[in-house]
Design a protein around this ligand. Sequence first.
Ligand SMILES: [Zn+2]
Ligand SMILES: [Zn+2]
Length: 169
Amino acid sequence: MTTFDLRQAKLRPGEEYRDEQEIALSPYDLGGQRYLPVPETVLAELAINRGTSGTTFELAFPVRLHGPCYRCLKDAVLDLSIRAREYQATSPGESDELRTPYVVDNQLQLSNWARDAIALALPQQILCREDCAGLCPVCGEDLNENAHEHEEDRSDPRWAALEELRERL
Ligand SMILES: [Zn+2]
Ligand SMILES: [Zn+2]
């Protein structure tokens, strides 16, 4: 868990703090599969701007995730470019919109923030390639390696029962 102590930035209104931060990331569980950030730490650019009524936080970093393809289960790699922005009012009062959940006791929760920002950028399905053919629903063979179809099974049990009934009439 990487956090950043906001007191060390010592910002006064109108000032900006800009620095590179190494952020530790944890794996993602998506659709029952596990995706690992490679490497497990990312080098992020952090910018903090203090205004008179509040502070703006910006985070930008590239990340690469490794995990199984949603369709064929072979290795898939996903590259994302993350940009996130948060705002914290100096006196937010009761309003949740004026505060960021990633500032707790003057600590900016970089790992949590980065993790959520990646989650928001994830596609519905992570694929080994856009046109992955997936696995055969009948025999489970990889359709990318061996494209094939099975002959349709025509002996539907409902028809068989009807046929039997007809014979008895
Ligand atoms: Zn695939
Ligand atoms: Zn098959």
